[in-house]
Design a protein around this ligand. Structure first.
Ligand code: KIV
Length: 270
């Protein structure tokens, strides 16, 4: 049965939520077959698919194309589209309009980065009928401002601010909150204090769910973050497979007769 936003909310306290990123028709089909609850078409696509140095250059055009491709897989999991840098911070109108475009391409919810300062934008999106996932802790679109991809919530003041941010997002109407690279005890406290599910990445095990970047899970990333777990070495599998293909082409082994066909006797078989 199709996973809805309501199903995700109901899982809090009942069942852990497994989420992962995917960026196109094929990867979405495969991760959906594996039984994830949420598929995020993350703006990490900029780095892991397009080779960009950060998520800052990612545009709405890129995200819409990837969301559209992923949506064609018609996943059972909830499909969430990530709002790229400058698509929702400039004005509430921009936030609602761009989030709406994500839904028109097949996303069933959107994710935005930021805490209490995004509350008015969240309220406006929810008023327009757009389910919103929050994202606090390490917010990669703000890495320049926060001084890099650093651990969050280590100092008491920052921990308190994160708890307040989560509560404000909850009040504004988000259906879940991603907590990235944040002290595990702080993420656990947020999980206790909000009624919506927390989906963690690098923030410990005491959350309502987990999310990882697909390329980290598969062993395809160039730089895997310290908190990610590699479940496969797809890089090696791909290089081995393509090396075998190159070798067989060079040796004249591929294609063989079994991969070929002949005309109806026009030329004599050699
Ligand atoms: O874009 C992304 O992949 C994300 C996850 C790390 C949560 O935002």
């Amino acid at each position: 049965m199709k996973v809805t936003v309501r199903d995700i909310v109901k899982k809090k306290g009942a069942e852990k939520i497994a989420a992962i990123t995917a960026y196109d028709y094929t990867t979405t089909r495969l991760v959906d077959q594996a039984g994830v609850d949420i598929i995020l078409v993350g703006d990490s696509v900029g780095m892991v698919v397009h080779g960009l140095p950060s998520t800052i250059p990612v545009t709405m055009e890129m995200m819409l194309l990837h969301v559209e491709s992923a949506a064609r897989a018609r996943p059972r999991a909830l499909l969430v589209g990530d709002m790229p840098f400058l698509s929702y911070e400039t004005s509430i109108e921009d936030a609602v309009y761009n989030a709406g475009l994500m839904l028109k391409k097949g996303a069933e919810a959107v994710k935005i980065e930021g805490g209490g300062e995004m509350a008015d934008a969240v309220k406006a999106m929810v008023r327009a009928g757009i389910p919103v996932m929050g994202h606090i802790g390490l917010t990669p679109q703000r890495y320049l401002l926060i001084g890099g991809y650093k651990r969050r919530g280590v100092k008491a003041a920052e921990a308190e601010k994160l708890i307040d941010d989560a509560k404000e997002l909850e009040k504004a109407g988000v259906f879940s909150i991603v907590i990235e690279f944040t002290a595990a005890d702080v993420a656990a406290e947020i999980t206790k204090q909000v009624s919506v599910p927390t989906i963690c990445i690098g923030s410990g095990w005491m959350c309502d769910g987990q999310i990882l970047v697909l390329h980290d899970v598969l062993g395809l990333s160039e730089n895997t973050p310290p908190f990610a777990k590699k479940y496969s070495d797809l890089k090696k599998i791909i290089v081995d497979a393509v090396s075998s293909y190159v070798r067989e082409v060079k040796q004249g082994v591929f294609p063989g007769r079994e991969h070929s066909f002949f005309s109806e006797g026009y030329f004599k078989e050699g």
